[in-house]
Design a protein. Structure first.
Lengths: 358, 358
DNA sequence: TTGTACGCGTTATCAT
DNA sequence: ATGATAACGCGTACAA
């Protein structure tokens, strides 16, 4: 209302001090250690600050104390539903900690990852979270990450990424999810379970493969893996080819929802009924899974739990403490592409419109 | 490799200057005005910088020059496919300009909007983009925006938002899109076209309504509007109720894709065939529209074009020039929920798997 | 409880 | 073409 800005530019701490009739130090204390100041002066200072529309300068504060309150969030593809959901959780958690999120989208480009990483040190961030399913272990990326760590900026990887020197890692449970998905399909009678990953050389795929093969080994079944490039159309083509070449395949474990949709389209075009002749479980739980037809069954750790785990690891990295983590176990949601274990067939009657979770 | 960090902390411009045997000024020039320095010294300085792994401090630079190179992107719900796509475009455009994006997610909360806006001034940003379909014209929000503008921080609204004092606005074409969608439905024989918005009191809804009613007026048809709360389940319920109460409704214009999925589920549950007895057009074009069954027909301006328009307005706001805008016209993509104008029925044979655009 | 004085790393001004 | 110096706004010993 009474926005009485000084003659030029924004109000500084000195302006507030003058108007309140105190020194800069006192104003600073009011902001940072209010308990160490008299109630009377506190009011006067707050009043003056409000009247001048004073906002402390983040730059000056950072320059002085060395922290920025900003964390870089590097995502593989923010347009993918899972990444959006994760970004939402992380943004909320950051806000709760009084921090802000600098978003960097890679759009699946590795070159971009390196460029982003190299610019990060001069950008003023307290930590970096890398959330991509694409491979990040190129020599350039590795050394860029190492450089960050050397400068005291903790780097955190997730989504199955691992093996990066010096980086903290938040397990997002893909290994367990794939193992359980595979096991459930086998237990319910599937003879030949294939795995559809996004990029065979990515660490996300590594995790899925490990879980998938572990479950397979239990029954001595052969592994069949195809690549859908994290893309609807590519997945559709890959699954079409797979189902033509190996008609025996009657179950599919899929990395992401868009790829699951591609797989389902392929089955539909081939006239293969789902889930009767082909069951499918995606390792990614987002609202969309329940909104499409057929509704996609999933085995996955909750996005919220995933984000919480990430933030726990981040907090630990920032404070130096040990990560107080309990990595959360995958939860299965039975919808239409896999109706659940071979138990007597309940009709779907859960909280969600289409699907019951376990 | 030879990361010879000084005794403590990161290398500063002074360290580089010493190692290169020049003054701070020269180092600064090498970074900002390379043409004003000898090739020889330029090499020496660059060499020293590389050897010390030097990265200029953003905070110090900002403190000095007053700009941060950061733009705040405030989105209504980053988990929604459209917001994700828009964020991707804007992040890429920002990177191309050497700027970074600070992401703030509202999760549809108005209180959050105000809190975010009020913290923005002390966060060090050059401009703010507000991309939400929810209402932003509460008195608190208005005054927070006004405060930003008063401090010289341009605020840009989009997605149909308007009427905010002092804010720049990038038209995202929802009015034209809704008008064209409605017109096409009518032209192809629809008798009763209803409008499904996200929040009746939002400015997004305002724009859609305006376009919808304009097209309706041409033929003197009555307006029917319902609210789906930007949510699958709420949309499903709303459309179920609508179709029960008014069986004459044979066409739907829908604000967002998740709501369109809810509407389609309602029709399916009611046994109403799409598009024969109920045609549907969504005013939001994202890859997902082509990936679901039935594939959703859309009329919308391209997300890329939308983002480009936003960045044009932003550039203009930052430089003080006039926005060089040509707001892009909506493009229609005919898929399965609306097969197109009543012309002879082509079989779908376009670049996309399911859908042909015009 | 409050004030003084210094430095964080950078760029702009002025001189050389 | 290069260098010395001041200033950006803030936090924090230290002194009062």
């Amino acid at each position: 209302m009474t926005g009485r800005d000084a003659t030029a530019g924004a109000a500084t701490i000195l302006d507030v001090a003058r108007l309140a009739g105190v020194s800069r130090t006192t104003v600073s204390r009011v902001l940072n250690e209010p308990e160490r100041v008299t109630a009377a002066t506190l009011d006067r200072v707050n009043d003056a600050a409000a009247r001048l529309n004073y906002h402390p300068s983040a730059a000056a504060r950072t320059l002085r104390i060395g922290r920025t309150g900003t964390i870089a969030l590097i995502v593989g593809d923010i347009a993918q539903p899972f990444h959006g959901a994760l970004a939402q959780v992380i943004a909320a958690a950051a806000e709760a900690r009084g921090m802000t999120v600098a978003l960097h989208d890679l759009a699946h480009s590795q070159g971009r990852l390196v460029r982003v990483l190299e610019k990060l040190p001069s950008q003023g961030i307290d930590a970096a979270i890398i959330a991509t399913a694409d491979p990040i272990d190129s020599p350039e990326a590795q050394s860029a990450i190492a450089a960050l760590v050397r400068q005291g900026i903790p780097v955190l990887t997730t989504m199955g990424t691992s093996g990066v020197e010096g980086a903290h890692v938040a397990d997002s449970g893909h290994l367990d999810s794939a193992a359980r998905a595979t096991a459930e399909l086998i237990d319910s009678g599937a003879r030949s379970v294939a795995l559809l990953v996004g990029r065979a050389d990515g660490t996300h795929a590594d995790k899925l493969r490990l879980g998938y093969e572990r479950a397979l080994r239990r029954v001595g079944a052969p592994a069949i893996e195809i690549d859908g490039g994290y893309d609807f159309e590519l997945s559709r083509q890959a699954v079409t080819a797979l189902l033509r070449e190996r008609p025996a395949v009657d179950a599919l474990v899929v990395g992401t929802l868009p790829m699951a949709l591609g797989a389902l389209r392929a089955a539909e075009d081939l006239g293969i009924p789902v889930p009767r002749a082909l069951a499918l479980i995606a390792c990614e739980e987002v609202p969309l899974a329940a909104q499409v037809r057929p509704a996609v069954s999933t085995v996955c750790i909750d996005v919220g739990a995933n984000g919480a785990q990430i933030m726990r690891v981040l907090d630990a990295a920032l404070t130096g403490d040990a990560p107080t983590g309990d990595p959360a176990t995958p939860v299965a949601v039975y919808r239409e592409t896999f109706v659940g274990p071979a138990h007597p067939k309940h009709s779907a009657a859960a909280s969600e419109s289409t699907g019951r979770s376990v």
